[in-house]
Design a protein around this ligand. Structure first.
Ligand code: ADP
Ligand code: ADP
Length: 223
């Protein structure tokens, strides 16, 4: 399955924020969208997700999903602040999607255990979010997004709220988790190092336009 974004534009009150962006994300790959604050990265992601009114095409292997609402596109979103349910335990947060699908208790427990192991949080099932560090919270948020078994994971500055040292460590872990779970993902970031650590491909935006795109080492080498 390849995600194709064709000629996508988003405007706020007739002021264009994303202008005719075309991109492809091959199956199992991670694309980082890099660029300065205000260049339209977040808007692009929200347009792809269906959270902003967009013009253009978003397609999976040629199947246009741009007219489907967010929850029917098969995407999962994760934000800078993971937005956990504060009154639910870690296990309940991660298992939330499974419960919505009415998975049985045994299946839920097994999947929650797998997901917690995947993100390095064995033994955290019964903790409440307020007892976790920022990095731990983002790991829970990631596990919760993966529980949806999304066709595409959309990550909006997932590590930006963390301090620099932790951000670097978690970027390496994030890469590892995405590869091991076979996820196809688009990650928005303003941080070069984070993009290079996490992604296979890089798209560079400026003023709502895509200015460069390709495998990360090629984009990095070109002027
Ligand atoms: P980035 O994610 O690269 O920081 P954004 O996509 O958030 O950039 O913003 C792109 C442009 O769109 C900016 O000029 C921003 O001010 C504007 N913008 C973003 N969200 C809104 C909104 N809800 N209403 C009006 N303008 C917005
Ligand atoms: P309930 O009794 O309402 O199911 P629990 O808090 O006991 O509430 O468990 C909620 C769900 O979280 C369980 O269905 C289970 O799938 C999962 N869960 C609870 N504890 C663990 C654990 N230690 N490891 C993995 N999953 C767990």
């Amino acid at each position: 399955m390849t995600l194709t974004i064709r000629d996508l534009s988003v405007a706020y009150d007739d002021v264009p924020a994303v202008r005719g962006v075309s991109l492809e994300v091959p199956d199992g790959q991670v694309l980082a969208v890099l660029g300065p604050s205000g260049c339209g990265k977040s808007t692009l992601l929200r347009g792809v997700a269906g959270l902003e009114q967009a013009v253009g095409e978003v397609a999976w292997d040629g199947e246009d999903v741009s007219r489907l609402p967010t929850h029917r596109r098969g995407f999962a979103l994760m934000f800078q602040d993971g937005q956990l349910f504060d009154h639910l335990t870690v296990a309940r947060n991660v298992g939330y999607a499974l419960r919505l699908r009415r998975a049985g208790r045994a299946e839920e427990r097994r999947r929650v255990e797998e997901l917690l192991a995947l993100v390095g949080l064995d033994g955290y099932a019964d903790r409440l979010p307020r007892t976790l560090s920022g990095g731990e919270r983002q790991r829970v948020a990631l596990a919760r997004s993966l529980a949806h078994q999304p066709r595409l994971l959309l990550l909006d500055e997932p590590l930006s709220a963390l301090d620099a040292g932790l951000r670097r460590r978690l970027a390496t872990d994030l890469r590892d988790i995405l590869v091991r779970s076979g996820s196809t993902a688009v990650m928005v970031t303003h941080d070069h190092e984070e993009a290079f650590t996490v992604a296979d491909r890089l798209a560079v935006m400026r003023d709502g336009l895509l200015v460069q795109e390709g495998p990360i080492d090629e984009v990095w080498r070109s002027p």
